[in-house]
Design a protein around this ligand. Structure first.
Ligand code: FRU
Length: 495
């Protein structure tokens, strides 16, 4: 049975999506059907297609009572919207269906697990959100909420775990065909912990262990955990709130964190070996992964950050897009990311320059556009006297530009969208320490209409940001203070 609330949302999105022209959307990044989008949810393969759900408030381009939007794709680039999957229509999720995940049950049905939110009046007159884990089962289009929801509530918390910060279940199927899930929770110490639960059938869940405790090391509460095995290691992805900066590795506010280590499946103990940011740019949060049919581990994130949402004006008809899906690997204790290889099918109009000497500002014939895949390798023109600075500027015209600049003596790569047309006093720049020796650097820059994602040194680091510059700004230029030699291969990306 489809509730009245869900029926209304479905009717509304179908009628209102027509208000947004194709040109006003990203070319190959999934954007919200109408209104507001945040986290990716339920990223899964079902019925031979990728399903991606998302945190969704259709009725305005601001956050509101959360629904789950829904889209499917065969190649992670061409997305087709399906009707909204969940609406806040039960007593236990009246104030929102928050983030969660999906798996396929033994009988072939699609199982969703999400966080139900219910506001509770407090003695001081304020309110707190009680968060529980709930499930819904469906056929890839329509989902029915389980009559025994919630399946995890305060009774299932370890001592000291808060019932107000208990969210974002990520499920997976274990080797023995039973199910596991990790959930973010706040401990008495004020910071996050990741709880591990197990289930034989996907419906009845039991607490197993505290998988990892933040102990106030990386921000406070940890949101949106994901946990998986990759290249012989175990990887935990989380999105911490209230981060303090640590050198160039972590920045203030909402951040991303990847812990790599070992996990003993008998004792459920995770041993951390390495920590790093997932993304070093401005806009990336709440990452979620799927294992593709060919075994690739593919990650997608919300191409936005709570601290910088103001970059979209409230009167815009849509706010929120996903990152480019990225193939993950682990090498020497580090997470590597590369754009999904499917993107190569969108490449058109190859333009190539080899051994090009640059000094000052240069524009190159055939190199412009807002939907672009561009690979650059730079090195000094004079090894004895390395250049001071190299920059690429894009989404450029007389008034606007967004830039990427590299200073070899500091080994710092900086993104800057101050002149992208933003009218808000939010973060517009970010610096990242990159691996570079003697002024050599390899960059792959993927531009879509309203974003730039920069893959450094074959995916050793990624910097992502949105830019909502007028689409008439199509220019790309290069700049060198000193002598730079560059190889460049550029394609238009056409869907
Ligand atoms: C992360 C998050 C999640 C929550 C959802 C609500 O961005 O805060 O923790 O489930 O967004 O929309």
């Amino acid at each position: 049975m489809i509730s009245q609330t869900l029926r209304e949302a479905r009717k509304y999105e179908e009628a209102s999506e027509k208000l947004i022209s194709r040109e006003a959307r990203p070319g190959f990044h999934l954007s919200v059907r109408i209104g507001w989008l945040n986290d990716p949810n339920g990223f899964s393969v079902y019925g031979g297609k990728y399903h991606l759900f998302y945190q969704y408030h259709p009725y305005s381009s601001q956050t509101g009572p959360m629904h789950w939007g829904h889209a499917v794709s065969e190649d992670l680039l061409h997305w087709e919207y399906l009707p909204a999957a969940l609406a806040p229509d039960e007593f236990y999720d009246r104030d929102g269906c928050f983030s969660g995940s999906a798996v396929t049950l033994e009988d072939g049905r699609h199982l969703l697990m999400y966080t139900g939110v219910l506001k509770e009046r407090q003695r001081d007159g304020g309110s707190c959100e009680v968060q529980t884990q709930c499930i819904a089962v469906g056929d890839g289009i329509d989902y029915e909420k389980y009559e025994q929801n919630p399946v995890l509530d305060e009774k299932d918390l370890p001592k000291g775990g808060s019932r107000f910060d208990f969210r974002d279940p990520k499920m997976w199927k274990a080797q023995d065909n039973t199910y596991r899930c990790v959930v973010g929770n706040r401990h008495d110490d004020g910071s996050g912990q990741i709880l591990l639960y197990a289930s034989a059938d996907g419906f009845h869940w039991n607490f197993r262990n505290v998988l990892v405790s933040n102990r106030n090391r990386f921000g406070t509460m940890w949101e949106c955990p994901d946990f998986f095995q990759l290249d012989g290691k175990w990887v935990l992805l989380v999105s911490p709130q209230d981060m303090l900066p640590q050198g160039f590795e972590y920045h203030n506010g909402n951040g991303t964190l990847c812990l790599i280590g070992d996990y003993d499946q008998e004792t459920d103990v995770f041993t951390e070996e390495h920590d790093q940011s997932i993304d070093y740019g401005i806009d990336f949060y709440a990452a979620q992964t799927v294992e593709a049919l060919d075994g690739r581990r593919i990650m997608i994130g919300w191409l936005q950050n709570w601290d910088a949402c103001g970059i979209r004006a409230p009167q815009e008809p849509w706010s929120g897009q996903m990152s480019l899906p990225r193939e993950l690997s682990v090498r020497d204790g580090r997470l590597y990311q590369r754009p999904v290889r499917e993107i190569e099918t969108l490449r058109r109009n190859k333009t190539e320059y080899g051994n090009l000497s640059l000094s000052g500002e240069v524009r190159l014939q055939g190199i412009q556009g807002r939907r672009v895949d561009m690979e650059l390798v730079i090195r000094p023109g004079d090894e004895e006297n390395i250049y001071q600075k190299f920059a690429v500027r894009f989404a450029q015209d007389q008034q606007y530009r967004t830039s990427l600049s590299f200073r070899p003596y500091e080994s710092v790569l900086k993104i800057d969208r101050k002149f992208s047309g933003s009218r808000r006093a939010i973060v517009h720049q970010r610096r990242s320490l990159v691996n570079s020796r003697n002024g050599k650097l390899k960059l792959r820059i993927i531009l879509d209409s309203f974003s730039a994602e920069i893959f450094v040194n074959d995916g050793e680091q990624v910097l992502s940001m949105t830019m909502y510059t007028d689409l008439t700004a199509q220019g790309i230029s290069f700049f060198a203070d000193g002598q730079v030699v560059m190889d460049i291969v550029k394609y238009d990306l056409v869907k």
